[in-house]
Design a protein around this ligand. Structure first.
Ligand code: GNR
Ligand code: NI
Length: 167
């Protein structure tokens, strides 16, 4: 296993649209293990393959306090979504910045597991936020895209300042 490097904004590779996974082999299983290791090492609740510069439709998440409920969704598709919630989001690709984003409260997602078997996941609240946030990454979208230009500019300037201060 190994931890993978996480791309940080404004890296243009974060805008890549991921391709569907078609081969469910040992290499994919190794990649998923590396994504878990990377997510846990970075104390993230989720991670999309896009963030580690692999442009395939793979995401991992673990919303549990004990960090012992790993979930992987391959080729995820939203079947249903409803309701609305506002949640303060952060992103490993935007260190140190947080902002409220409005998303669906409840999502029903069809995906595949590492063996290629179909799974259907229903999620509400924070897990639903996380799944939508990760699915956005796979489409080349990031959470600051939802903010007003003014708010986005402020936060990105703040992030740049912190980056320089810690360099
Ligand atoms: O670790 C993460 N925390 C988080 C908090 C609120 C909403 C979404 C997230 S996902 C983020 C990890 C990440 O960047 N995934 O892409
Ligand atoms: Ni993110």
């Amino acid at each position: 296993m190994s931890t993978l490097a996480i791309l940080e904004f404004p890296d243009p590779r974060l805008r890549t649209v991921a391709a569907p996974v078609t081969v469910f082999d040992a290499e994919l299983k190794q990649f998923v293990a590396d994504m878990y290791e990377t997510m846990y090492a970075a104390n993230g609740v989720g991670l999309a393959a896009t963030q580690v510069n692999v442009h395939k439709r793979v995401l991992v998440a673990d919303m549990s306090d004990e960090r012992n409920q790993p979930m992987v969704l391959i080729n995820p598709e939203i079947l249903e979504k409803d309701g609305q919630q506002v949640y303060q989001e952060g992103c490993l690709s935007f260190p140190g910045i947080y902002a409220d984003v409005t998303r669906a409260l409840h999502v029903k997602v069809r995906a595949q597991d590492v063996d290629g078997n179909e799974i259907v996941v229903e999620a509400e609240g924070p897990l639903a936020v996380c799944i939508q946030h990760e699915m956005d990454h796979l489409a080349g979208k990031v959470f600051v895209d939802y903010l007003s230009p003014l708010k986005r500019g402020m936060l990105l300037k703040r992030m740049e300042k912190q980056r320089k201060a810690s360099a």
